[in-house]
Design a protein around this ligand. Structure first.
Ligand code: GRF
Length: 220
């Protein structure tokens, strides 16, 4: 019997986080498997990564729909067609304004390239540099209706140091993302973590703030 949790990943672009998740879940002892990848961009490289890993794909191109509600309904149908336990947003560049965050409440994660609640939205790396931040990083959080505002689960930090270039900083942060997203999925699939009206629980204990991972230790 296959008892691995079923996961759908939504993306719009390169899909390097998807790749990290594919690599982690390729090990059959991992408690989750990716059963589908959905993109709003027909030419997203992430779709190729999925196909290379024999993962089913769907594309819902916003241009094919009359309005946002119809587009989101199609996304919802595509997700539901995979009967997932969990939905992971990995560089999905659309804001879900309809009922999907509620429908998958406690079962939908996002990864964001900043230390939330700092720098919600776009251009996070340049904004961290402009703000003179000493630390920067990424956050895996539960998705709620409010953009980048759901409760955090895991963060990874780095010292901005002399990284004055946003592209370089983005690359450094992306490496951290690839470490913490599979870990967050593992915790979710193992049932170690939950999000409900009581907030986020990790191993039965309230988690008022995200766990900050020591990424060097994770690599060992
Ligand atoms: C990542 O930085 C992620 O945090 C953000 O979008 C980017 C996606 O990168 N939400 P990739 O497509 O996974 O390479």
């Amino acid at each position: 019997m296959n008892s691995r949790a079923r996961v759908v990943v939504l993306l719009s672009g390169s899909g390097s986080n998807l790749q990290a998740l594919i690599d982690a879940t390729a090990n059959r002892t991992f408690p989750a498997q990716i059963v589908g990848v959905i993109s709003d961009q027909p030419d997203a490289y992430g779709l190729k990564r999925a196909a290379n890993a024999d993962i089913a794909t769907r594309c819902c191109d916003r241009a094919d729909f009359n309005n946002r509600a119809e587009f989101e309904e199609a996304i919802g149908e595509a997700i539901a067609s995979f009967a997932p336990d969990f939905v992971l947003l990995a560089g999905f560049m659309r804001i879900l304004r309809g009922s999907l965050p509620d429908r998958y409440s406690g079962r939908m994660l996002n990864i964001h390239p900043s230390l939330l609640p700092r720098h919600k939205g776009l251009d996070t790396h340049q904004r961290a540099i402009d703000a003179g931040d000493i630390e920067h990083g990424c956050t895996v959080h539960f998705v709620t209706r409010e953009l980048d505002a759901g409760p955090g689960l895991i963060q990874a930090k780095l010292d901005v140091g002399a990284t004055a270039d946003a592209a370089h900083l983005a690359a450094r942060v992306l490496e951290l993302e690839h470490q913490i997203y599979p870990l967050a999925l593992r915790w979710l699939a193992e049932g170690r973590v939950s999000h409900s009206a009581e907030g986020v629980l990790l191993d039965g204990l309230a988690l008022p703030d995200p766990v900050v991972m020591d990424v060097d230790a994770l690599r060992c």
